[in-house]
Design a protein around this ligand. Structure first.
Ligand code: NAP
Ligand code: GCO
Length: 265
């Protein structure tokens, strides 16, 4: 049955930074496909609040607080998941931050904070869960990359450096772990309507026009668009897909640009 390809029953999925936005949509989709979803966050209040939102979407999730940049806390958090839920079969390295500051104004500590959360943390969390996946000869790791894995843009140097690095970390994890039947892929969301993009999307911000003219699909992406791609990569349907980044961007990366009124030339 074709549905069996996408059935995640019996699988344990960990979604980092899953309290809202893209992470929550991924968590809801994987749970609806049958996975036992563990939602990570770094605030107890947000974690208990999000449990209610997941329940509204019809799913029950296990929540766990740890900072993904803290190796000791990650080890403790994942040991707790292993004891209370089971070994992690599907890891979604989703937690991330952005700082929109031009290079000359960007403090080294701010640059490092973005690299720590967006690049070093996926390394820490994957390194903690991979040995069990290797032992089980089965596992899926999904790293939340970005269009900024391949593009630059003024003011997002730290973010683009981290996401570019994450794309190649994904390739390197594939090189080392594919032989153990572990698939490691990235998702590169385009411009998605979440709290992260609220400052450049809301209040008639001029960036909104840029996104609308550059996106052939002519809309912002929804977190669910990314959740659906995560389901594919977490499923048996993607068992021979490895080391790739799947861009979910409404076509932006296919499009050099478009000037209003120029449609027919
Ligand atoms: P978001 O709404 O800002 O959510 C990010 C999540 O990460 C939050 O739950 C946040 O928790 C968590 N987080 C941050 N630092 C953490 C840490 N040290 N430990 C644990 N959790 C941490 O972002 P989003 O837009 O949904 O983005 C999710 C991912 O997709 C990010 O990696 C982002 O870079 C990537 N992405 C987003 C877009 C987009 O257009 N939105 C496009 C491409 C890629 P708190 O709420 O406690 O801060
Ligand atoms: C920005 C945005 C982006 C997106 C996304 C694009 O300021 O340009 O926030 O970086 O969030 O990562 O794929």
């Amino acid at each position: 049955m074709i549905q069996e390809l996408f059935d995640l029953s019996g699988k344990v999925a960990l979604v980092t930074g899953g309290t809202h936005g893209i992470g929550m949509a991924v968590g809801v989709t994987l749970a609806k496909a049958g996975a036992k979803v563990c939602v990570n966050g770094r605030s107890n209040d947000k974690l208990s609040e999000c449990k209610k939102e997941y329940a509204k979407a019809g799913v029950d999730v296990y929540t766990i607080n740890f900072d993904v940049t803290d190796e000791v806390a990650v080890d403790k958090g994942i040991s707790t998941i292993e004891k209370e839920v089971g070994p992690v079969d599907i890891l979604v390295n989703n937690a991330g931050i952005i700082k929109r500051i031009p290079i000359l104004d960007l403090k080294v500590d701010d640059f490092k904070e973005v690299i720590d959360i967006d690049l070093v943390a996926p390394f820490i969390v994957a390194k903690r869960v991979a040995p069990k996946m290797i032992e089980n000869r089965s596992g899926k790791i999904i790293n939340m990359c970005s269009m900024m894995s391949v593009y630059g843009r003024n003011s997002v140097s730290a973010y683009a450096s981290a996401k570019g690095g994450l794309k190649l970390l994904t390739a390197n994890m594939c090189c080392e772990w594919a032989k153990y039947n572990v698939q490691i892929n990235g998702i590169g969301p385009g411009y998605i309507a979440t709290p992260q993009t609220a400052p450049i999307r809301e209040g008639a911000h001029p960036f909104n026009d840029l996104v609308m003219t550059r996106t052939p699909a002519n809309r912002w992406g929804e977190p669910e668009d990314v959740g659906n791609a995560a389901l594919f990569l977490a499923s048996k349907a993607a068992d021979f897909v490895n080391g790739q980044v799947l861009y979910v961007d409404g076509g932006i990366l296919a499009n050099f640009g478009y000037v209003k009124g120029e449609n027919d030339i």
